[in-house]
Design a protein around this ligand. Structure first.
Ligand SMILES: Nc1ncnc2c1ncn2[C@@H]1O[C@H](COP(=O)(O)OP(=O)(O)OP(=O)(O)O)[C@@H](O)[C@H]1O
Length: 813
């Protein structure tokens, strides 16, 4: 820690000088003076002294959606660069555009209200500005007197070893002590104060085991790392923090080195060549990792840029011109831009980190040819070290070798992995021909060193500790019914339903929506914008349902998913692990339910065997609900069928209209009689559709209840809005007259139904069942052994009796 103090103090000075509050000369005083001029406006505009470096409140996938449409910037280092100027982290314009897009999503509703709001908020902003002006002048007076509030210490007391300002108030001191205790576990990782500050912001009280194991090796010993740990264990920061740590250290070194050279220092601050390239298998994951790194880098003003498919290439090229230090991308788009010769992506001489997230997915099915090409573009480690002298921005600061990180929850390495790596080192790079068939080949080809730290924290089952797995046996045709049962009887908490085929996904999401369960879809055939929107909506509602293909199986970190349903089984045990790992993340709990049809049985028992599971809990299903579930489902299926036919008709009509408008002659469909008949049929089917919808609505207006449920009595605890409404309606009705016996009894319904979350239901009444069949085989064997033993005993007893009789008879003679 001793070695850290000067840098901490220096950093402190730099920050203060940037705020314009401290005028003493420091290492960075020249540059900061110039910078403070540029940043002056931004600083005045915000209360938080660190807001300049922060991403503001924006983040998550809504802001990512904006990437497609707007001038998205680098929020990671959080500074948005426009032209040559530093602007406020996330501009008001961006926020406004975001609001506009939300309005558009809502079909333009609320536009007027928005205008009104805008007017009000303008006034508010004016008032705020006025206030800030007053307070900043007050603040500068205070600072003159030595009364500085809202300094670095206020925000991250723990991390800054510099002494606290004497004028910090007593109560704040108590908070600081508390914070110091709370974040103590991070101290031994010796991270840069700016990183500790963001960790404090993220409220991560202690590092996760994988972070504890990887950060010292990667950040302080400069090692390559192969990291494996359960899903949701914080692997992103396990590689992200070492990257930021080293970049910060190098930047400080460079700043010391070029002391006095304002221009060079500015260049260093603005970013030069690419320093870290992170590759992930899916677009959504790349965006998420980039978002995560941005939040970790929010006080460093390093730039993090996602480069993924489905978004404008031109825009990405424009943004690459701003030379972000860190790029997170998917192989396809990265390679596309590299092949186009994008300077920032092909000049990799200063690349210090190459990261493969979800590395085992990269080698699956061999469809990552681009990854091979990217890896082949990387300079060999020795070249990269030598050529650091080519780097224009930090001319003489000697950089360390490139580090390679390979991470996943499901990595299997052979016993002689190190030997292979060593062999790889002695052989020239071109000798490794062929595809990236294994993690070993992949790591070796990426230049991993033989002394790489191998951190494998996966347990025997490879599943998250607090995940409870279960299954429901049912017919293929009944899967929809059981899904509806889970979502309606236990529909509490965010749920993700996995399918393997897009056709199945479309069908069940349509049926669930007809049944009144708002379900979002996510699959690879959707437009990128729609994919991000679905994810955003899913994040936004804590009881939302997402029906997804395996595009969402890996890495995606939705907060608080309570249940994962495997509607169709995945193709491999690894995918099952990753899918199930969307719940029970970051020491939370959760449950998974697999729907197993007779056709799935063999696959399921193979999967269980490969995960060393002999038994699994059977998810409790209350069969008395099923008649009502089936009734509703039958109506929904009929509605779905008619709606599909109708939409086919509509599409056909649209096609005919377009053809007509361009003067195309289409063949007439059948005779006049047939067309009249078709028209009649259509009328009938729309009447039928109306009737079905009415019937379904009647069912849906009542809460789902078991068959034995009596609708006559009021009971239960609490009043749901539905119950409230029905009570109100009931109170408006006149009492049933005894004389008029024909009058129907008012159908009073409803009980404040307590919805039991799937995990709770599983814990209270799930029963353990053998899944591999081995237990049953063992029991059969034991029973047979017992039977044989008994037979043999009987036989020997008979033999003895016979012998005894015989000897008695002989004695009598
Ligand atoms: N030290 C920490 N303390 C608490 N939460 C953390 C910590 N580090 C990361 N997290 C949170 O844990 C969650 C999971 O992190 P992350 O996505 O990195 O997991 P992962 O191991 O990469 O998961 P997967 O294998 O599914 O990709 C995230 O919400 C992240 O913000």
């Amino acid at each position: 820690m001793a070695g850290e103090k000067p840098s901490t103090a220096e950093h402190e000075k730099t920050m203060k000088s940037k705020k314009g509050r401290v005028t003493r000369s420091s290492v960075s005083s020249k540059s900061s003076r110039k910078d403070s001029l540029k940043w002056g406006n931004a600083l005045k505009a915000d209360d938080d002294p660190f807001a300049l470096f922060a991403g503001g409140e924006e983040g998550g996938f809504l802001s990512l959606e904006e990437i497609d449409e707007s001038e998205y910037g680098f929020i990671g280092g959080a500074t948005e660069l426009v032209g040559d100027e530093f602007e406020r982290p996330v501009s008001r314009k961006l926020r406004k555009r975001k609001r506009k897009s939300v309005d558009e999503d809502l079909g333009g509703e609320g536009g007027e209200e928005r205008k009104e709001e805008d007017g009000k908020s303008k006034k508010k902003r004016k008032k705020k500005k006025q206030k800030k002006k007053e307070s900043s002048s007050k603040g500068s007076e205070e600072s003159k007197e030595g009364l500085v509030e809202g300094t670095v210490q206020d925000i991250v007391p723990v991390v800054l070893d510099a002494p606290m300002d004497n004028d910090v108030k007593e109560d704040t001191k108590d908070d600081l002590l508390l914070a110091e205790d709370e974040f103590y576990a991070w101290k031994e990782l010796r991270l840069h104060p700016l990183l500790m500050k963001s960790i404090h912001h993220l409220r991560f009280k202690e590092p996760t085991p994988i972070q504890k194991a990887c950060i010292p090796a990667a950040a302080h010993q400069g090692k390559d790392v192969i990291g494996a740990a359960e899903t949701g264990s914080g692997k992103t920061l396990a590689f992200g923090l070492p990257i930021l740590q080293r970049l910060l250290e190098e930047r400080e070194k460079a700043a010391r080195f070029i002391e006095g050279e304002v221009k060079a220092a500015e260049e260093v601050i603005r970013g030069g060549p690419l320093r870290a390239l992170i590759v992930t298998p899916t677009r959504e994951l790349a965006l998420q990792v980039s978002d995560h790194l941005k939040s970790a880098a929010r006080f460093t003003h390093f730039q993090v840029l996602p480069i993924v498919g489905g978004m404008s290439t031109e825009k990405q090229e424009r943004l690459l011109k701003r030379r972000p230090e860190i790029i997170v991308g998917t192989p396809g788009r990265l390679w596309e831009l590299m092949s186009r010769g994008d300077v920032h992506l092909v000049e990799l001489h200063s690349l210090s980190f190459f990261v493969l997230d979800e590395a085992d997915r990269m080698i699956e099915h061999g469809h990552f040819h681009e990854l091979q090409s990217i890896i082949d573009m990387l300079p060999t480690s020795s070249t990269s070290a030598d050529s650091s002298s080519l780097c224009k921005t930090i001319p003489s600061v000697q950089r360390k070798k490139r580090q390679t990180f390979v991470f996943s929850a499901t990595i299997s390495l052979s016993d002689n992995f190190r030997k292979k790596l060593k062999r790889g080192l002695t052989a020239p790079k071109t000798a490794t021909t062929g595809g990236l068939s294994s993690i070993e080949t992949l790591s070796e080809r990426a230049g991993m060193r033989a002394d790489a730290a191998i951190v494998d924290l996966t347990n025997a089952s490879i599943m998250a500790d607090k995940l409870e797995e279960s299954f429901i046996e049912c017919n293929e045709d009944d899967k929809e019914a059981y899904l509806y049962y889970i979502l309606s009887v236990h529909g509490h908490g965010r749920t993700i339903v996995f399918c393997t085929s897009i056709a199945a996904l479309r069908r069940i999401s349509s049926i669930m929506n007809i049944l009144g369960i708002k379900a979002w879809s996510l699959h690879a055939q959707m437009q990128q914008r729609a994919r991000l929107k679905a994810m955003d909506r899913f994040r936004g509602n804590e009881n939302a349902v997402l029906i997804a293909t395996d595009v969402a199986a890996r890495g995606l970190d939705f907060p608080g998913i309570r249940t994962v349903v495997h509607y169709q089984l995945p193709h491999s045990a690894e995918v099952y692990i990753h899918r199930s790992g969307r719940t029970a993340r970051a020491s939370a709990d959760g449950c998974s339910i697999a729907l197993i049809s007779p056709n799935d049985k063999t696959k399921f028992s193979t999967l269980c065997r490969s995960l060393s599971k002999e038994s699994l809990k059977c998810f409790p299903v209350d069969n008395s609900y099923m008649p009502e579930v089936m009734k509703r489902l039958s109506l929904a299926r009929q509605i779905d069928k008619i709606s599909r036919n109708n939409s086919q008709e509509t599409a056909k009509k649209r096609y005919e209209r377009v053809a007509e408008s361009v003067g195309l002659d289409l063949e007439e469909d059948g005779s006049e009689d047939e067309r009249v008949h078709a028209h009649k049929q259509k009328k009938l089917s729309s009447a039928h559709l109306k009737k079905l919808q009415q019937e379904l609505n009647d069912h849906l207006s009542k809460p789902l209840q078991p068959k034995s449920f009596s609708y006559r009595f009021l009971a239960g605890a609490g009043i749901s809005p539905l119950l409230q409404k029905q009570l109100e309606e009931l109170s408006k009705k006149p009492p049933v007259s005894k004389t008029n016996s024909k009058e129907k009894r008012p159908g009073l319904v409803v009980i404040g139904q307590d919805c039991l979350e799937p995990l709770q239901a599983l814990r209270t009444s799930g029963r353990e069942v053998s899944v591999t069949g081995e237990k049953a085989r063992e029991m059969r064997k034991t029973a047979e052994n017992l039977k044989r033993k008994r037979r043999e005993e009987k036989k020997s007893a008979r033999e003895q009796r016979r012998k005894k009789n015989k000897s008695q008879k002989e004695a009598m003679k």
